[in-house]
Design a protein around this ligand. Sequence first.
Ligand SMILES: CCC(=O)NCCS(=O)(=O)O
Length: 349
Amino acid sequence: MSALSGKVQTVLGPIDPILLGRTLTHEHLTMTFDLCYHPPPPDQEALIHQPIEMKNRFWVQLNPYSCKDNLHLNQETEAVKEELLHFKKAGGGTIVENTTTGIDRDVKTLKKLSQETGVNIISGAGFYVDASHSKETRSMSVEKLTGIITDEILHGADGTDIKCGVIGEIGTSWPITDSEKKVLQATAYAQTQLGCPVIIHPGRHELAPFEVVRILQEAGGDLSKTVMSHMDRTIFEKEKLLEFAKLGSYVEYDLFGTEMLNYYFRPDVDMPCDNERIQSVRFLVDEGYEDQLLIAHDVHTKNRLTKYGGHGYSYILEYIVPKMLTRGISQSAVDKMLIKNPKKWLTFK
Ligand SMILES: CCC(=O)NCCS(=O)(=O)O
């Protein structure tokens, strides 16, 4: 049993899980996303280098990864601080900050934000998708990767003594690359040693979450302490969704607030709207999976902030929860998604 057993590890240190309150399990407060820059449609190149303004706000919503300015959430610490103060007023308690190595995790800023707002922040250990892996990362053994991940939780991340409290989001593509497979195996080994929570970014294919689970399980990972993120854009067919939920991991709908006509990362996929997300959540609740559900916004670009006319970090508490209640999802199920399930997942074994 580790010293962290029965605790949740925030950027300010371990806390009693009872202190978490309403928790968003998949957000970013500071990161960069140049990695995912995507050229705009033909003849719209002039907009690539424009700052976000009122006149191009809707264009940025349609083309979030084509506006360079939009990819630098790390420039908005003051706006994020205001948002966190608002989140607290709206009844929020905790945010799991999923930025890992490859997209500019900044644990010092996370610590400062937590100190200045009183919101608990839990930082993520490990590595984002292969496209962000350095040459050095790709050449590492599973043992070396395991050592780095455990170190980020036990001793501190990025040369600081600020410790991560969850592994992930661990990035995977479709098909999963060799380097990502090693990181997944390292994740499972570190989880076995530490009894810690894990969160996965699956590739954009309905088989991707199944393949991730297979690799984690073969390496001894604990699915009951693992979250599969981004289910909104990954599994659409109901039978497939139930087949996946039966495996026992948490199932996370974490793109609330994302309205996107064209989903650049997979043009053949129609990104659902929030009403459709609520219908999927209701379906899983009705099928008996309310103990495995989690929800969040996955804010990762500037246009999602209220400063730029976006929904911000309080949208779920202020708008999605009331809508869920009018659509037959009980208060008890909502409390599980926002309080009970996050608390169970985030507590070290
Ligand atoms: C770092 C943020 C991130 O990976 N978000 C997921 C976007 S999507 O793959 O669901 O489109």
